[in-house]
Design a protein around this ligand. Structure first.
Ligand code: SAH
Ligand code: SF4
Length: 367
């Protein structure tokens, strides 16, 4: 295992009790200024700096009087992911940010650049974390193997975006897409994730269309329904099995929300017309990649508007699983396609810097 410059610090202080500024809703921010007898435009000045310019410190807001800057600094953390190490890969097209939070918790985000191709415009997609570690414990996932640390606060989620937006803006580029596919189960940290989504989509925030945001979940059925009712984001459900026996083993949450319950919840979602649910399927050699699995999937997904995202397994030390051979993946895809299911194979990014799916925590120091 490589040693990390940003290894967890056992002597790290307790979490800084000041709330992160970027996680406040605008009315909360405005309320803070009004309570101090400050004019309303102060909140806008701060909001413009925090979300509009992704400023790193209150000192960058030169329009504020010094005593007010000091008061803000005393009340809030301005940047919760300030301590960040960046690693580049794929010729600079993939950037992994390893962030140390104020209590020593390590989380990661990955920024992926997709150059323009044909009619497709260039895209800059950020993959972010919603928790430090994950409690769900899927055995094929490095984060799951790491165990649960803690939920992230709203600002700790938004600051991953601010960090990437700042780097993009400096290069004259814009963040176009955000995916919640980093560390953690977003729907197990529902409140902060939902507030972060509001900030990412609001005009006064990042103004990213919900159509360009995807939340990936292991399938906590009640929270899936709530997410769709309350936000317009895209849903990706990690399926990775075609029977309950398989899924119990690969995704222990299946014992609580078995396939029938999960898929029924998906069937009842008030999905807007033309919108599809993405199902993610990590292909594990000899576990869930047989022709029979593909055929069972077709039956399971019958009647649902779906896209299937086939994810080649990214191995990590002692994972106990192996990636399916390429020919098997292609055959699996062909069976699905022949039955009318749009199945794509996800290209892997940043494997040399452990930035690929499910590897976000793999570079942890050996236990
Ligand atoms: N907890 C959420 C989001 C984070 S995981 C979820 O499970 O959906 C994001 C995606 O990475 C999931 O589809 C998950 O199945 C996949 N994944 C996890 N470990 C992986 C690995 N080692 N190789 C490939 N994909 C993996
Ligand atoms: Fe958690 Fe998702 Fe990893 Fe499962 S796959 S352990 S839910 S992060």
């Amino acid at each position: 295992m490589p040693t990390l410059p940003l290894a967890p610090d056992p002597s790290a202080p307790a979490l800084d009790p000041r709330p992160g500024l970027s996680g406040l809703a605008p009315d909360e921010l405005a309320g803070w200024f009004t309570e101090r007898g400050e004019p309303a435009y102060r909140a806008r000045q701060v909001g413009d700096a925090v979300w509009g310019r992704s400023a790193t410190s209150v000192d960058e807001i030169r329009t504020l009087p010094a005593p007010l800057r000091e008061a803000i600094d005393g009340a809030f953390r301005f940047d919760t992911v300030g301590d960040t190490e960046l690693r580049l890969s794929d010729g600079g097209l993939t950037e992994k940010g390893l962030h140390r939070l104020s209590d020593g918790t390590l989380i990661e985000s990955v920024l992926m650049h997709y150059p323009a191709r044909g009619a497709m415009r260039e895209r800059h997609t950020l993959c972010i974390s919603s928790q430090g570690g994950c409690a769900v414990g899927c055995p094929f996932c490095a984060t799951g193997e790491l165990g649960f640390g803690r939920d992230l606060e709203t600002a700790e989620i938004v600051d991953q975006v601010r960090h990437a937006a700042r780097r993009l803006n400096a290069a004259g580029q814009r963040l176009t897409n955000v995916v919640f596919m980093g560390m953690g189960e977003p729907l197990a940290n529902y409140g902060p994730v939902k507030t972060a989504l509001e900030i990412l989509t609001a005009e006064w925030g990042y103004a990213i269309s919900p159509r360009r945001i995807t939340v990936s979940t292991v399938g906590l059925a009640p929270a899936v329904a709530r997410l769709i009712a309350e936000t317009g984001v895209n849903l990706a459900v990690s399926l990775s099995a075609s029977t309950d026996v398989q899924r119990d083993r690969l995704m222990p949450v299946n014992r609580r929300y078995p396939l029938a319950v999960l898929l029924n919840a998906c069937r009842e979602l008030p999905l807007p017309r033309r919108k599809r649910i993405t199902f993610e399927y990590v292909l594990l050699a000899g576990e869930n990649d047989a022709d029979a699995d593909a055929h069972r999937l077709v039956r399971l997904l019958h009647g649902l508007r779906v896209k299937l995202n086939l994810i080649p397994f990214n191995p990590f030390p002692d994972a106990g699983f192996a990636p399916s051979p390429r020919a098997r993946i292609l055959r699996f895809q062909a069976i699905l396609r022949a039955q009318g299911i749009g199945a794509t194979i996800r290209e892997s990014r940043g494997q040399d810097i452990q930035a690929a799916c499910g590897q976000l925590a793999a570079a942890r120091p050996a236990a």
